[in-house]
Write a protein that binds this ligand. Structure first.
Ligand code: BGC
Length: 335
């Protein structure tokens, strides 16, 4: 009788141990499987975000890249920087398509309002990949958020600065990056709105530089041949002011010509200090990159985020450069 009881107890213990072991291995297998089928990284070090610039080797976009990679290094997230070698909307859309196909965890991209861009952003969202636009927005798309300059406001600030410096009398030539870029259009629109308040400020012509300093210089030269009365220029993308000032210097027109540029690249700062450019509108590309990565992590963690986050823009003149310019406004070191 006693022996029977001992045997039964041993059997019960064996059963319990076997049950617990099976349960343990079953749950473990379930977790592994989950990892494979869900594609959900278990820690942020498994995340892979892509940052798609308007143009790869552009000093402005390298600042965005620096900011994104700094946040990536802090949060242990892999940041891939990949996009068109030279600004090209089709290639840009292709880069987003490839990012969807390679199943990245988040897409951070310059946006623009075009049906094709909207469609590819929506396709990413449909596949469960969050998209943040930065620098330029596509509010018609289902992107989760935009982070960057309020471009209309920045253009307005440029217009006000020009009115003040020219005492409300100017014949203005505008050199803009690309006619199709949403942020450039907004800058021009903001500028137009501001100068519409000044009776004697007229916009004479608007040309595009395709975001290159060479074409900015060429278009400036042609504009001056066509309209010699132009005595002020507004360059709306980061290399335009540099191209404009090269021609104005060459023609020895500087003392009679006011130039307001965009961005605070090192070269622009040097030209402002030299008096070759009068002022510039600062943006914060480093912060755009940095904050977009943190925002993407918040989205993946299911946190509530604001769908619009404007970074700072200010008018910078020589006196501001002599005092100090915050490191995020200035061009930070780049390899
Ligand atoms: C704009 C970018 C553009 C860059 C070109 C910046 O001012 O915000 O959209 O790609 O200039 O250099």
């Amino acid at each position: 009788m006693r022996i029977r009881r001992v045997i039964i107890s041993i059997l019960v213990i064996c059963f319990i141990v076997a049950f617990c072991l099976s349960l343990h291995f079953y749950l473990k297998a379930l977790n592994i499987n989950k990892g494979l089928t869900n594609d959900k990284p278990v820690s942020s070090s498994d995340y892979h975000f892509i940052l798609i610039p308007e143009e790869m080797d552009n000093p402005y976009w390298h600042l965005v890249e620096d900011g994104a990679k700094a946040a990536g290094a802090q949060a242990d997230v892999a940041i891939e920087y990949k996009g068109p070698v030279q600004a090209n909307v089709e290639e840009h859309i292709g880069a987003i398509d490839t990012a969807i196909a390679t199943k990245v965890d988040g897409i951070i991209t310059q946006g623009t309002v075009s049906p094709e861009m909207t469609a590819v952003i929506n396709a990413a969202i449909q596949k469960g990949i969050p998209v943040i636009t930065l620098d330029s927005d596509d509010p018609d798309s289902r992107r989760v958020a935009y982070i960057g300059t309020n471009n209309f406001k920045a253009g307005y600030q440029a217009g006000e600065a020009l009115i003040k410096a020219t005492h409300g009398k100017a014949e203005v030539g505008i050199i803009t990056g690309n006619f199709d870029s949403t942020n450039e259009k907004q800058r021009v629109a903001g500028f137009e709105k501001a100068v519409s308040r000044a009776r004697d400020v007229h916009i004479v012509d608007v040309e595009e530089s395709h975001i290159t300093r060479v074409q900015a210089a060429e278009k400036t030269y042609n504009m001056l041949i066509k309209y010699p009365k132009i005595n002020a220029f507004f360059g709306t993308s980061s290399l335009d002011g540099i191209g404009i000032s090269a021609i104005i210097e060459q023609l020895d027109h500087k003392k009679d010509t006011y130039i307001i540029a965009f961005d605070t690249l090192k070269e622009t700062q040097t030209l402002i200090k030299k008096g070759a450019i009068d002022a510039t509108v600062s943006q914060d590309p480093y912060q755009m990159g940095y904050q977009s990565v943190l925002m993407m992590l918040d989205i993946l963690k299911g946190k509530q985020i604001k769908s619009l986050k404007y970074t700072d823009s200010q008018i910078i003149r020589a006196s501001d450069l002599n005092i100090s310019i915050t490191h995020t406004h200035a061009e930070v070191k780049h390899k």
